[in-house]
Design a protein around this ligand. Structure first.
Ligand SMILES: [Zn+2]
Length: 441
């Protein structure tokens, strides 16, 4: 693809285009009749050889928090199970819930976690410095409230966010980050290139796992990326999910659970080369990958694939072990909660992330064992947990009502929460993770 970069338009041009010209395109790509469907071919390599390796039964959509006015209405539930591709080792959900149902309103805001904001700002600044010249274009897929892109706006670069969740893109606009409220597709990528020229850097953090049609995303990257540009992504690492029994990160929004080998299988089908892999201790273990134009993968990436093969990650065995360790964790947690209740000690949930919905529903922990959940997201306060129905209150209630212990459903933010609740801990309150470890900052 020729690098036919036009004169750099000012950001205002992008902002005007977002308001007007892409509206017709957005209308044409909206699937109004979407229903749950079942995958029969691998999302990474296209093979038809998928076998179920884990089932978590049925589950309500993990972010479908319930308004008190709708508590009497039935909740939708969908099957939740993992399939393993025999050809490339890709681990993926069998049932796909329509993204229109899951992503048009999104209740996680990047800016609400200082630790995550700093992590993404580090990524943006590092790669913008390495790869983007003056006036170059940086596009973020799944840009949320614009936190990461806003961290490089003082550089001489143009930024554009793409995120289908309309509520977060409004916040991005308020932050001055031009954002297209749409799914990232090849037609959209071509439109962006036509208006703004090729992108030197495309970033997608915790977004590939949310997208059913990864071929479409790769075609979009191919259409938008400059010849010497890079696509930098982050995804939670399957190896850490298995190692740390992070079964509660399995939910309908997360369609894929990535190892390195299937990522190479995916990108190489689109003339893209996985060049670097780096591990970070966020979200329980995240890999950052750098993709450039080319074929295959680097020697460094090959070493990851060899290690995955030695660990048997593309076999059924680690998933059987995950199921057994998950069941044991549930037994332990329910027994402990029953014991606390018998002694008249109150235990609340801390954080109402999607993984909290999975944990409470899969372990059958209702309001009898855990009566209340608190969360710092104002949009969630006043609503109820999907399935198990706990009311969600503001974290300030922990200080005033002083439950004897809180269970960190948002365990990936454990240190941040422990820091925030120092006074509660000093007053004798206990903070525990779902595997019943005490947390300190
Ligand atoms: Zn495959």
């Amino acid at each position: 693809m020729p690098d036919d970069k036009p004169a750099a338009p000012p950001d205002k041009l992008l902002a005007d285009w977002i308001r007007r010209d892409y509206a017709a395109l957005a209308e044409s790509t909206l699937d109004r009749d979407a229903a749950t469907w079942e995958r029969t071919s691998c999302r990474a390599c296209g093979a038809g050889d998928l076998a179920e390796v884990l089932s978590l039964g049925t589950m309500p959509p993990a972010n479908a928090f319930i308004d008190p006015a709708h508590l009497a209405a039935p909740e939708p539930r969908f099957p939740l199970g993992l399939m393993l591709c025999a050809r490339c080792g890709m681990v993926q959900l069998r049932h796909v819930v329509p993204p229109e149902l899951l992503f048009r309103a999104y209740s996680f805001f990047t800016s609400m976690s200082l630790a995550m904001s700093a992590h993404f700002a580090g990524l943006m600044n590092d790669h913008a410095r390495r790869r983007v010249g003056p006036g170059g274009l940086v596009v973020e897929i799944g840009s949320n409230d614009g936190t990461a892109l806003s961290s490089i706006q003082r550089r001489d670069v143009r930024v554009l966010g793409v995120d289908p969740a309309r509520n977060v893109t409004v916040m991005a606009a308020a932050r001055g980050v031009p954002t297209v409220a749409e799914f990232f597709t090849e037609p959209l990528a071509r439109e962006i290139r036509r208006v703004a020229g090729p992108a030197s850097l495309i970033v997608g953090c915790n977004v590939l796992g949310h997208i059913d049609d990864l071929d479409e995303v790769c075609r979009g990257i191919d259409a938008l990326l400059s010849d010497d540009g890079a696509f930098v992504f982050e995804v939670p690492y399957l190896g850490k999910l298995l190692e740390h029994v992070e079964f509660d990160t399995i939910y309908h929004e997360h369609l894929s659970y990535f190892a390195v080998r299937p990522l190479v299988a995916l990108f190489s089908r689109h003339g893209l080369r996985l060049d670097e892999i780096e591990m970070f201790p966020v979200h329980g273990g995240t890999i950052r990958g750098v993709v450039v134009r080319g074929e295959g993968c680097s020697g460094q990436v090959s070493a990851w694939i060899d290690a995955e093969a030695r660990a048997g990650m593309a076999t059924r065995a680690p998933f059987d072990e995950l199921a057994a360790r998950t069941a044991a964790m549930g037994d332990r947690l329910r027994a402990w909660l029953s014991e606390q209740k018998a002694h008249g000690r109150r235990v609340w949930g801390y954080g109402a992330p999607a993984k909290g919905t999975v944990l409470l529903n899969h372990f059958g922990i209702g309001t009898d064992l855990l009566p209340v959940v608190v969360d710092s997201t104002p949009a969630k306060q006043g609503l109820h947990m999907p399935g198990t129905r706990q009311p969600i209150l503001a974290p300030a209630e922990v200080a005033t009502q002083a439950p004897e212990a809180v269970l960190l459903l948002a365990w990936n933010h454990a240190r941040e929460i422990a820091g925030r609740e120092a006074a509660y801990r000093a007053a004798g309150g206990r903070l525990l993770t779902p595997d019943l470890r005490e947390v300190s900052p």
